[in-house]
Design a protein around this ligand. Structure first.
Ligand SMILES: *[C@@H]1O[C@H](CO)[C@@H](O)[C@H](O)[C@H]1NC(C)=O
Ligand SMILES: *[C@@H]1O[C@H](CO)[C@@H](O)[C@H](O)[C@H]1NC(C)=O
Ligand SMILES: *[C@@H]1O[C@H](CO)[C@@H](O)[C@H](O)[C@H]1NC(C)=O
Ligand SMILES: *[C@@H]1O[C@H](CO)[C@@H](O)[C@H](O)[C@H]1NC(C)=O
Ligand SMILES: *[C@@H]1O[C@H](CO)[C@@H](O)[C@H](O)[C@H]1NC(C)=O
Ligand SMILES: *[C@@H]1O[C@H](CO)[C@@H](O)[C@H](O)[C@H]1NC(C)=O
Length: 463
């Protein structure tokens, strides 16, 4: 999940690993193009010129095991993101056309639903409570919810987190996300391993976390023998039929996706500007000290050196690790600052949420998120929240969970060694300032429950 190392890959391996599906071979070719960009350290100039648009349908079938007919790079200097982006978006439009020409299931029906269809992205990082907040949308019957679909892309295609690779991965993530928001679930099949057969798969990551994939008719009769790792929780279903899931998605009123792999809000611009989408982006943040404390429990192996350093004074933490932490905090801060600055393209489409506020006032915050999304929150969701947060309603009708959840959300203060809290504060101070997380200058402050480390930020929600 937090793999940031570059794993060199052989292009032929990519092609071998991801079994080709003619419809999406072109998309895959683009991935390959982007990987090559890094590999050759050159950039295709005018990708779009080189790919004769009219010949595209034939070309698709010619991509066997060679990429030589796709990549032309003579003396490319690094193109800007926008140039690369525009080449890519042209190709994407073409891909949609090709898909339609090939007689695939049309993922974009002409008859639009009467209700304004909303597309919600819950943008977070790991250990920020995003699974919990995702449930707010998963529990609502008229929303098609997907849990971390980009996991499959990360597993299949490796990108470095800096330089041209960061751009490449961002573009791939974004474009897959766009197709998924449009209910084109077939796009994901290219990245599922082992590859689905006849659109059937038993390997969709965390299928069970998506109610829409576990209800009728997507839940087909259970087939014995068919082991499914991420099976549905409350019932056993047959292998997932991606076409059936796609049809279910189209029938729902709205689509919501949770993703922890989008590094920068800026990369989502074309998604927001896409006319077929009515995007609402909710960025979820959490105190980075709490995130580290939580990660040290969840991925304890990775943090051995941190623990040793903090508790036994062993060799200092590797500078790379610290830089990684700094990079994460900066990405989160830059995204939030961009969102809060309300550029025209994001107006009314961006909301910032702190996990700590949701933990203290879950129902109130859920209502705010739904209002922002333009969707009516159903009693079903309300009940789920009350049940799962032990919220209790006092006689005045005000929901009060504060005392109860504050114990939960501040637990980290007593588990994190102060030395580590200091490291986080050192590198994440700018982000913490933006979000209203107060620094603790000594261990007494850190562990004194009557000192709040949370500034009251009344509302980040800007319209
Ligand atoms: C693709 O494969 C077919 C047969 O497998 C072969 O005839 C054709 O030349 C190949 N095309 C390319 C571009 O390699
Ligand atoms: C590309 O390379 C050719 C020769 O290899 C050179 O003549 C040409 O000026 C170069 N173009 C650019 C834009 O650098
Ligand atoms: C896609 O197809 C439509 C009609 O078939 C055409 O009008 C449009 O120009 C095509 N778009 C691209 C990018 O080729
Ligand atoms: C998957 O669902 C589609 C759409 O309902 C159906 O046409 C197809 O036969 C199903 N595939 C399998 C293998 O059952
Ligand atoms: C949390 O709230 C519930 C319901 O109001 C209550 O039963 C429980 O005792 C509280 N827990 C703590 C630790 O205060
Ligand atoms: C915790 O902080 C409060 C308020 O600053 C202070 O009155 C109290 O003495 C502190 N408790 C401890 C154990 O230091």
């Amino acid at each position: 999940m937090d793999r940031l190392q570059y794993v060199p890959m052989d292009l032929r391996d990519v092609l071998r690993t991801i079994r080709m599906n003619a419809k999406y071979a072109l998309f895959l070719a683009l991935v390959v193009v982007l990987v090559i960009i890094e590999k050759e350290n050159k950039i295709i100039s005018k990708v779009s010129d080189k790919l004769n648009l009219k010949q595209m349908p034939q070309n698709i079938f010619e991509i066997n095991s060679t990429h030589s007919n796709i990549v032309y790079s003579e003396n490319g200097s690094l193109l800007s993101l926008s140039e690369l982006d525009s080449a890519f978006s042209q190709l994407r439009k073409q891909l949609v056309n090709v898909t339609l020409q090939l007689g695939g299931d049309n993922p974009f029906p002409a008859d639009l639903p009467k209700m304004p269809r909303r597309h919600i992205l819950l943008m977070a990082t790991t250990r920020t409570g995003s699974s919990f907040v995702g449930e707010f949308f998963n529990q609502q019957g008229n929303i098609f919810y997907l849990f971390e679909p980009l996991w499959h892309i990360e597993r299949t295609v490796s990108f470095e987190s800096i330089g041209a690779n960061a751009v490449a991965s961002a573009i791939v993530y974004r474009d897959v996300l766009q197709q998924l928001l449009l209910c084109d679930l077939h796009i994901l099949e290219n990245f599922i391993s082992p590859p689905p057969e006849n659109h059937l798969t038993r390997f969709l990551f965390r299928r069970g976390s998506s109610k829409s994939l576990c209800e009728d008719p997507v839940c087909t009769p259970f087939v014995k023998k068919a082991f499914e790792k991420y099976h549905c929780k409350n019932r056993r279903c047959g292998p997932l039929n991606m076409t059936l899931a796609m049809e279910a998605c189209l029938k729902k009123d709205h689509v919501a996706i949770k993703a922890v792999r989008i590094r920068q809000l800026e990369f989502l611009r074309t998604l927001v500007e896409e006319p077929r989408l009515d995007m609402r982006i909710i960025q979820l943040v959490r105190d980075p000290r709490a995130v580290l404390a939580s990660r040290m429990v969840a991925f304890s192996g990775k943090y051995e050196s941190w623990k040793k350093w903090a508790l036994e004074g062993a060799a200092p933490i590797h500078e790379d690790e610290v830089q990684k932490l700094r990079g994460n905090c900066e990405n989160i801060r830059l995204s939030a600052e961009l969102g809060l600055s309300q550029p025209d393209w994001l107006r009314g489409r961006y909301m910032l949420m702190r996990y700590e506020d949701i933990a203290r006032f879950p129902l109130e915050k859920a209502k705010e998120m739904y209002k922002f999304s333009g969707i009516t929150l159903t009693p079903q969701v309300e009940e789920w929240i009350i049940k799962n947060t032990q919220a209790s309603q006092d006689s005045s009708g005000i929901y009060s969970t504060q005392k109860n959840s504050s114990e939960q959300f501040e637990k980290w203060r007593f588990s994190i060694p102060f030395k580590l809290a200091q490291v986080v504060q050192d590198v994440c101070a700018p982000a913490m300032k933006v979000f209203g997380y107060k620094l603790a200058n000594d261990v007494e402050t850190l562990t004194n429950r009557s000192i709040s480390l949370l500034e009251d930020k009344v509302n980040f929600w800007v319209t």
